[in-house]
Design a protein around this ligand. Structure first.
Ligand SMILES: Nc1ncnc2c1ncn2[C@@H]1O[C@H](COP(=O)(O)OP(=O)(O)OP(=O)(O)O)[C@@H](O)[C@H]1O
Length: 324
């Protein structure tokens, strides 16, 4: 796979104006981006996602470290390297609010040595693709947030860059528009051979559209993995035991002492124990505890795990065992 962006040990600190307190927003951040992928930057509030995105698109300078875009270091040849990137940042829309949808597209399509016919074809294609045809004569400030977001991405497409950076592209959109934006992003990668980096809080978006995720916590990269592999890693260690009799207090305590994150639920017919094992052999420790009262096991299943659960486990620090 062709490496399009190489991010080498970036550091960035901010100094708070009033208190003069220094905040290290990004610490030794290091990852690559490959051609044709959708990479999801994920992390809790304040993790350093936006800072990383701003560093990549040249809005901020790192204190140290380097970003190479198509092998060109952006610290040395800034303009040349930034030529390959367009960005849609949250709250900083690249649109003219008093122009119509079509006028915005015409404005940003202009001056690139294309004939009028070519520009018209390109704009028609984008209006079609982003389902904005029936809004082409609407002023941007009259559009819904979702329509504005779609137009902002369409405008970024006009720059014809290999890489698009999108900060929280589905934030605040209704369900339908959010799904529409996801489909558009997938088709941009598939049909236009672009590479997309998105930052998002929305785990479902990351799971649905991203090939790979880089998870940042407290300014550092804690995971850099394919999304499907990450889920698999955690899935193989999650077991759900259905028991025919409830566990005694003593058994519950013994299990919690060894597996603090276990979940135990009782109902009239069955009891359910869900445990996260570090190694599959650890299941025998559960059997030992069950043996204390000869608790009968009805079934043992691998528990399907959602990506948001995986994310929480990683943020809580439960990733080291998974990676071993
Ligand atoms: N201009 C700034 N001045 C001072 N501190 C800042 C500035 N911008 C960000 N920070 C701090 O740097 C850290 C990382 O912020 P950043 O916005 O990159 O995180 P984030 O992961 O994008 O968060 P969120 O998901 O909340 O947008 C946070 O502690 C934040 O408060």
């Amino acid at each position: 796979m062709e490496k399009i962006i190489e991010i080498n040990y970036l550091n960035k600190t901010y100094r708070k104006r009033k208190s003069k307190k220094v905040i290290q927003a990004v610490k030794d951040v290091h990852f690559n981006v490959y051609k044709g992928e959708i990479l999801g930057l994920l992390g809790p509030n304040g993790a350093g996602k936006t800072t990383t995105i701003k560093l990549i698109c040249g809005l901020l300078y790192p204190d140290s470290g380097e970003i190479k875009i198509k092998e060109v270091p952006n610290t040395e040849k800034r303009l040349e390297s930034l030529h390959h990137i367009s960005a849609v940042l949250e709250g900083n829309r690249n649109l003219y609010w008093r122009l119509t949808v079509k006028e915005n597209l015409e404005y940003f399509a202009g001056n690139r040595g294309k004939s009028r016919k070519e520009v018209k074809e390109e704009i028609d294609e984008l209006l079609e693709m982003f389902r904005l045809k029936d809004k082409e004569n609407e002023l941007v400030n009259r559009l819904s947030r979702g329509m504005q977001q779609k137009l902002a991405i369409a405008v970024a497409m006009l720059a014809n860059t290999e890489v698009m950076l999108l900060d929280e592209p589905t934030l605040g959109l209704d369900v339908q528009t959010g799904l529409e934006v996801r489909e558009i992003l997938k088709s941009i990668v598939k049909n236009y051979q672009r590479t997309i980096i998105i930052s998002s809080h929305d785990m479902e978006v990351i799971q649905d559209i991203c090939d790979r995720t880089v998870i940042i916590n407290q300014g550092t990269v804690v995971i850099d993995q394919r999304v499907d592999e990450l889920i698999k890693l955690f899935e193989v260690r999650s077991y759900k035991l259905t028991l025919n009799e409830p566990l005694s207090l003593e058994q519950q305590e013994a299990i919690t002492a060894r597996f603090p994150t276990n979940e135990y639920v009782e109902n009239q017919a069955y009891s359910y124990l869900t445990v996260q094992l570090e190694k599959s052999e650890d299941i025998y420790q559960i059997f030992q505890v069950l043996q204390l009262n000869r608790t009968p096991i009805d079934s043992i299943d691998r528990k399907a795990i959602r990506f948001d659960e995986v994310f929480l486990k990683i943020i809580e620090g439960d990733y080291q065992h998974a990676m071993d």
